[in-house]
Design a binder for this molecule. Structure first.
Ligand code: AMP
Length: 193
């Protein structure tokens, strides 16, 4: 099962990713987590990504694409994978599509977490109050939402045109969203066969 998670920051993708990965026995590949680990360990990849991440910018496509290609070549992706945070731009999506086609495979589906803007704002305000985060977290969040709207949202028509997009109502109790998400995963496999 080869899946991609798509949705704005605060949509709950990370929470649902854990459920999907354990239900279907596929690795959860979160590019942001991989970058942060590399920055922590001061690897060459971490050094290349650090400045972009610190500014809240996207890391250049070439760096991200190479990293993901390496990760997808690992043996634990034999049953598929769940990509979280990638692709984030249309060129990244085209690269992924081409590299899967080169091995005669394709994505089964893209799970698009839909949350209205006012609900997103409520969630972020709640998280900030609970975690007592610094004021500038607000600016960083706004930048990430802007980046999502400017670049990542273009992936919605891109994947819809390919018949891969599954809209998931991501508002409600975590377990209800999980049930809708797992149903969409099963539908994705059914329709891509
Ligand atoms: P995330 O945890 O997914 O929000 O990612 C944290 C940061 O890592 C982002 O703000 C980007 O700087 C970088 N990053 C993660 N995934 C990508 C990607 N697919 N393309 C470009 N930059 C990325």
């Amino acid at each position: 099962m080869r899946l991609v998670l798509l949705g704005p920051p605060g949509a709950g993708k990370g929470t649902q990713a854990v459920t999907i990965a354990s239900t279907f026995g596929i690795p959860h590949i979160a590019t942001g987590d991989i970058f942060r680990a590399n920055v922590r360990e001061e690897t060459p990849l971490g050094k290349a990504a650090n400045d972009y991440m610190a500014r809240g910018d996207l890391v250049p496509d070439e760096i991200v694409n190479d990293m993901v290609a390496d990760r997808l070549a690992a043996p634990d992706t034999g049953n598929g994978f769940l990509l979280d945070g990638y692709p984030r731009t249309v060129p990244q999506a085209e690269t992924l599509e081409a590299s899967l086609a080169a091995t005669d495979t394709r994505l089964d589906g893209v799970l698009h977490f839909v949350v209205p803007d006012d609900e997103l704002r409520r969630r972020i305000a709640k998280r900030r109050a609970e975690q007592d985060r610094a004021d500038d977290a607000d600016g960083a969040y706004r930048r990430r939402v802007q980046e999502y709207r400017n670049q990542t949202a273009d992936l919605i028509p891109f994947f819809r045109d390919r018949g891969l997009l599954h809209d998931i109502d991501a508002v409600g109790r975590v377990e209800d969203v999980a049930a809708r998400t797992l149903a969409a995963c099963r539908a994705a496999v059914g329709t891509s066969a």
